[in-house]
Design a protein around this ligand. Sequence first.
Ligand code: DP6
Length: 360
Amino acid sequence: MASVQDFIPQPYTETTDKGSFTWSAPSNIALVKYWGKKANQIPANPSISFTLSDCKTITTLSFEKKKSTGGFSFDLLFEGQPKESFRPKIEKFFERVVQYLPFLEEYHFIIDTQNTFPHSSGIASSASGMAALAINLMSLERLLKPDMTDDYFYQKASFLARLGSGSACRSVKGSVVIWGNHETTDNSTDLYGIPYAEVHDVFKTYQDTILLVDKGEKQVSSTVGHDLMHGHPFAQQRFAQAHENLTAIKRALATGDVDTFIKITESEALTLHAMMMTSLPYFILMKPNTLEIINKIWQYRAETGVPVCFTLDAGANVHVLYPENVASKVLAFIKAELLGYCQNNQYICDKIGTGVVFVG
Ligand code: DP6
């Protein structure tokens, strides 16, 4: 397992003046949630997620050697237009990672990003965005250090992505990724995400239909949200529970135990929101329509036996998770009964995916 020290590079053997790369990186949806962190983006508990396939960020990183070094220099484009509002986040990211990527001060960068999902859909783009940027930076580092192994390349990309946004470290690889020290998971680490390979066929093609209940700005930023776990009266129990749930969901994923998967996934979603409701200050991020959808899913599952369940992010949107072999039934149910609760009837069909892809 790599340590922080392993990601501080030895002097580079090669040089390069200019060039560009394009990578895509997907979003991911946590099953056992990351909620609470320590200094340096170290998670308070381990988490596990499905990497998604179609909701992704595509980022082109162009770089050109500067005349004088010192300080960071970059331009930001979002869907072809200058996007200055991203600057503080990228500046902070560069500050955090420069000790691992010393070349950052030597180049001028153009970071040109687009998302495949509609903006202001309420879908977090920080995971896919930071993963896409991190993997591009690794492509540049590999030019400077061509003998790097593939393992190092992807692990360090995940390590860097984590420093941009914690959950982003789970977007580099697919299809199921564990992030955070976990006693019974070999090679698990707080530093980067690792793929979990023991996945039964039923989960290999799992579907995620995202119901856009509320596309508004996030009420609680992730930074504020994670902070709520400091001094939270239930924090220690919650962190311990995440460890147990991870052990149990790993077993369910390996054996194809969909019932246990559903219980843990839904309980985790509600626990995340319960943590927000019981913190100070407190928040309710679900909307009435979020609850309507949850109740409809429970009713449909009880009546039909179709193993469909939900999970939630730190917001009102609902991720509907189900096996591929019931996809047509579930989609008919979603269209008939759930879309009325979505803003402008909007939803996004996604599924489990494989991680970052080199575009060119
Ligand atoms: C509720 O990864 O967005 O989606 O590390 O502050 O960028 P930062 O937080 P972020 O938090 C995601 C929280 C979550 C649960 C999860 O994805 O595990």
